[in-house]
Design a protein around this ligand. Sequence first.
Ligand SMILES: C[C@@H](CNC(=O)c1ccc(S(N)(=O)=O)cc1)Cn1ccc2ccccc21
Ligand SMILES: [Zn+2]
Length: 249
Amino acid sequence: MGLHYSHHKHCLTHHQSPININTRTAKYNPSLKPLKFSYDPKTAKRIVNVGHCFNVEFEDICDKSVLSEGPLDGHYRLCQFHFHWGSSDRDGSEHNIDGHLYPAELHIVHWNSKKYTSFAEAAKHPDGVAVVGVFLKLGNTNPALQSIIENLDKVKTKGKACPFTEFHLNGLLPEDLNYWTYMGSLTTKPYFECVTWIILQEAITVSSQQLEQFRRLQCTSENENPSFILENHRPVQPLDHRVVYSSCP
Ligand SMILES: C[C@@H](CNC(=O)c1ccc(S(N)(=O)=O)cc1)Cn1ccc2ccccc21
Ligand SMILES: [Zn+2]
């Protein structure tokens, strides 16, 4: 159900994602540490068309690629990354910044391997999952995306997968690693409230032509009439009594 009972108000509140981040009311939290990314390029495994998007999956049988520090207690194991985009370059990101939408958003998904033994188990706990969100802004072709995009024709229809090994995920991170963080949920069904969201304040670039390639993916399987994943971003959800913290003043 994902309902939390907040005693002082005798009401049930949701902690859903995405949200609009109001940069003026975000609270600087000096106890937030810098993020520590320790990714091994050899843990990249395959690209899968999951119907509403494509996942770049990583081997997560041991702690070879982990995220630690930042707002997190312990270490969270990398399991996949994916993107959200819109039917045009005017929208596409899931989180908004002061009401501003970006044309796409990267989600790097990790699960708490210190306390849990799989993503599916971790997804049932409020401290189970950590997702790093990176905004994509329109600009020059992003070379780090090319190796992914040139494989998309191999996973055109729902359920298709192709091998994808040796990927340098650091190439998709901006220089500045300052972030906002808040407690929320998965943004697709079953919307489990298990995510520590870590939204980077600096965007990376993507070209219009690269976004066009995303929209050529099909949400239908190969023996169905083709329809395309033109957009896959969830509308923003109420913040309720949650506070968004910032790693910098
Ligand atoms: C968690 C689901 C699968 N969903 C995800 O893995 C997932 C990951 C990240 C995001 S996002 N966009 O927030 O980064 C969204 C979804 C599987 N699953 C496991 C148990 C389970 C039970 C019912 C239905 C599906 C179930
Ligand atoms: Zn996502």
